[in-house]
Structures are given as structure tokens and as C-alpha cells.
Ligand binder design. Structure first.
Ligand SMILES: *[C@@H]1O[C@H](CO)[C@@H](O)[C@H](O)[C@H]1NC(C)=O
Ligand SMILES: *[C@@H]1O[C@H](CO)[C@@H](O)[C@H](O)[C@H]1NC(C)=O
Length: 422
């Protein structure tokens, strides 16, 4: 009897241990199975949110699918504050002068970079009343560190020329070669940007050339509107040069995103897709291509408008998205940025601009020309006192100049790793 009790107790103990073992072994499996199906569901929901029903879809030679979405179905209108928004089809004001429907409709001025458009145009156009949106695919989402992080900046830095601690800047792994102004209030900026396809060493790095419109100090509430071109394998899954925009009203924390990947920017144009490849791009010592970008504030409504080339008014960021920028910008920056992940303990060989230094000049080094700002009287003009900034001029450099029909300009960029930048 006593024996039986004892062995029964042992048996119980053994069973308990078995049960504990079983639970311990089973728990992680069922948890990961759960999170796996949660992830699939999340991906599906996110894709449904991002990809609105298309009127027409165009397959671009670069592999993208461009969906033509009805104007009123665009992602902006998912924003609670835009539910009853009356879409503005033309800005009230344009800093280049009288601006009516005619100017928008009458395509290009002679001498403009008219052949630079977008690769998907080779296979079709979006009808009037729609806007072209690059379709987001499952793989795009899965490359992001998380589904919430998709379309947001992973590296939250901004060129901060007058930072008290220069080490802080280089630690982040970002390198810049920029020109900037920060002496007055700004209501817009313009530049014509040479377009290249810089080589990226690591898929988690990128190379971009852009205009930054900044409001506030470099604190937690920095406001930023950005537009330019970028090569970002992480974001797009390839090495093509793409037109992009970005905005944030809290220093890249909770608000903002690239392109139309969150609600905010209201697009009115049916010809240019954010995030789509720019075509063609420049070749070394051969054909050169550039794009003009103008960002300006409508003094009446306070919205920030974006124009591509001389005639494509793409749309606007509503004033309410911002705090500081709902008044004016305090700093404008133009130039390049790359991520240096130093994966093999050496400086990255990711290129900035053309991958060649400013001293090589036209056709070899990349440029920004006709740099202008919109001043307090809403006039476009050449800014006074342009300053420059770069963390390591042996890796990427910047050199300004002035004159002729290039107005205020600079060459920028470089190869990254080289004998002087190990
Ligand atoms: C591109 O521009 C050139 C000259 O500027 C012109 O001859 C040619 O027809 C244009 N091509 C297209 C596809 O617009
Ligand atoms: C992008 O370029 C890198 C090298 O610069 C190459 O290793 C990679 O395969 C390219 N990716 C694609 C998708 O073409």
C-alpha cells in the first residue's frame, strides 16, 4: 500500500514534469504560429489599405505596377481630418508668376528637360480624374523591419550643419554633402537636380539627392518636407533611381512617410507617380538629365505644393499636417545623403550623386543648379549666403558656384570608399 502510494506519487511527479516539458515545448511553437498568421493578416490588411481599387493598371518595364486610382479614392482621404476636404485642383498662388489652368495644361517650355519623365510612361498613361500610384507588394512590406515601419524612415537623421557635437552626426552612419540657408523665413525652394543612378553597396544603405524644407529646431518636433530622387533597395527592392517625397511633423517619429505610403499628401496629377523610376538617367561623360523640383507655400490656404519639371503640379501637403511649417520654413537644404553601414569595417563604397567628386565638373560630377528660395514677399530668388556642409570631404564633397544661366549651383558627391576614405 505504502509502496503503491509512493510509486503513485512518483508517477504523478513524472507526469507533472512531462506536462511542464510538453507545455514548454509547445508554447513557443503555437506562439510563433500565431504571430506568423497575425503577420500574414497584417500584411494583407496593409496591402488593402495602401492599394486602392484601380481604374486601370500599367506594367512598367522596371517591374513596377502603376495603378490609376480615382482622385477621390487616394490614400490621403483615409486621414480623419481629410474626410470632408475639398480637393484643390490648382494652387491659388504660384511663385513663378500668373498661374492658371493653361500653364498646367500647356505641357513643356522649350529647353526644359522634357524627356525626363518616368519609365512606366513607355507602357501607358493614367486617364484624367485618376492619379498613378506605385502598387505596394507583399515583398515590399516583408523587406521592412516591421509592417508599421514600412514607408517610414528607418534612420532618423537629418543633416544638421551647426550641430554642437559633430561626432553625433557621423555615429548615425549618415553622410551628407549639402548646401543650405538658415538666415530668414522661407516659403519655398527650387532647384534643378542632375539625375544619376549611384551604386549601392549594401541593400540596407541608400543614396539620395533632394531638397529639405525644414521648420523648427532639430528637436522632437522638427517639421520636414522633402523631395528628390533616391536609390533605395530596401524600400523598392531594386537599384532604380526613383522620384520620392517625404514629410514628417515630429522628427520622423510617429507622423509622415515616403510618397503616398500614408495619408497626408494630396495628389492631383495623373502623369507622375511618386516612387516610380525616373527615366532616363545620366551617364558619365555622356548624356545628362536633370529634373526641376519646386516646393512652395500657398499664402492663402497655407498648403505646401509640389511641382515636378516646368509643368507637372503634383499636389499638396495640407497645412494642418504641420506645426512650424504651417507658418514658414526656417532652413532649406539641397544636396546628397548616403547611409554608411561600414559592414566590412571599412567606409561604404555606396556612391553619392554620380559617384564622382565635384572637381570633375559637368558630365562627370552631379549638380544642383538654379537654386532658389521663395522669400517673405513670395518671390523666387537666389538666396544670399549659401553655406555648405559635409562630414568627410574625402568621401563625399560639395563645391558651390555662381554664374551664367546656372544661377547659383553646386557640384556634390563622391565614391565613398577610396584611398583617402578608407
Ligand atoms: C526628346 O528630346 C529631343 C530633343 O530635345 C527630341 O528630338 C525627341 O523627339 C524627344 N523624344 C521624346 C520621346 O519626347
Ligand atoms: C543592386 O546592386 C547591387 C550592387 O551594387 C547588387 O549586388 C544587387 O544584386 C542589385 N540588386 C538588384 C535587385 O538588382
Amino acid at each position: 500500500m505504502a509502496m503503491e502510494m509512493q510509486s503513485g506519487g512518483k508517477m504523478m511527479g513524472f507526469l507533472v514534469i512531462l506536462l511542464v516539458l510538453f507545455i514548454e515545448m509547445a508554447a513557443p511553437t503555437s506562439a510563433s504560429r500565431n504571430s506568423f498568421s497575425t503577420q500574414i493578416l497584417e500584411v494583407q490588411n496593409q496591402l488593402k489599405l495602401l492599394n486602392k481599387p484601380a481604374v486601370k493598371s500599367i506594367k512598367s518595364p522596371d517591374g513596377d505596377i502603376i495603378d490609376c486610382i480615382k482622385l477621390s479614392h487616394q490614400p490621403a482621404f483615409d486621414h480623419p481630418m481629410l474626410k470632408n476636404h475639398k480637393i484643390q485642383m490648382t494652387p491659388n498662388f504660384h511663385p513663378e508668376g500668373v498661374f492658371g489652368e493653361n500653364k498646367v495644361a500647356s505641357k513643356m517650355k522649350p529647353g526644359s528637360s522634357r524627356n525626363v519623365t518616368q519609365m512606366w510612361h513607355l507602357n501607358g498613361r493614367c486617364p484624367e480624374g485618376t492619379i498613378p500610384i506605385r502598387r505596394t507588394r507583399k515583398d515590399d512590406l516583408l523587406r521592412a523591419s516591421s509592417i508599421k515601419a514600412f514607408g517610414k524612415k528607418r534612420h532618423k537623421t537629418i543633416p544638421q550643419p551647426k550641430s554642437a557635437d559633430p561626432d553625433l552626426i557621423t555615429q548615425s552612419g549618415h553622410q551628407h554633402a549639402i548646401a543650405y540657408v538658415d538666415e530668414e523665413k522661407y516659403y519655398g525652394a527650387k532647384a534643378t537636380i542632375n539625375v544619376w543612378e549611384p551604386k549601392i553597396q549594401q541593400p540596407n544603405e541608400f543614396s539620395l539627392s533632394q531638397i529639405w524644407i525644414l521648420g523648427g529646431s532639430f528637436g522632437e518636433d522638427l517639421n520636414s518636407i522633402e523631395a528628390g530622387w533616391q536609390v533605395s533597395p530596401d524600400l523598392y527592392g531594386d537599384n532604380h533611381t526613383r522620384l520620392f517625397t517625404y514629410w514628417t511633423s515630429d522628427a520622423y517619429q510617429a507622423t509622415g512617410c515616403y510618397n503616398l505610403l500614408c495619408s497626408g499628401f494630396i495628389q492631383i496629377n495623373n502623369e507622375i507617380a511618386m516612387g516610380a523610376s525616373i527615366y532616363p538617367v545620366s551617364s558619365y561623360h555622356d548624356s545628362q538629365y536633370d529634373i526641376s523640383l519646386l516646393v512652395w507655400k500657398d499664402p492663402k490656404e497655407g498648403n505646401w505644393w509640389l511641382q515636378f519639371g516646368n509643368s507637372y503640379v503634383l499636389g499638396y501637403w495640407p497645412a494642418f499636417l504641420f506645426s512650424y511649417l504651417s507658418d514658414s520654413a526656417s532652413m532649406i537644404e539641397w544636396g546628397g545623403e548616403v547611409v554608411n553601414s561600414e559592414s566590412d569595417g571599412q567606409h561604404t563604397s555606396t556612391q553619392m550623386g554620380s559617384g564622382h567628386f565635384p572637381k570633375e565638373g559637368f558630365g562627370k560630377s552631379s549638380y544642383f543648379k538654379n537654386i532658389q528660395i521663395v522669400d517673405g514677399s513670395n518671390n523666387l530668388r537666389v538666396p544670399k549666403d549659401i553655406a555648405t556642409f559635409t562630414e568627410q570631404s574625402n568621401c563625399y564633397d560639395v563645391q558651390t558656384g555662381k554664374g551664367g544661366n546656372w544661377g547659383s549651383y553646386f557640384y556634390y558627391g563622391g565614391p565613398g570608399r577610396n584611398a583617402n576614405c578608407p
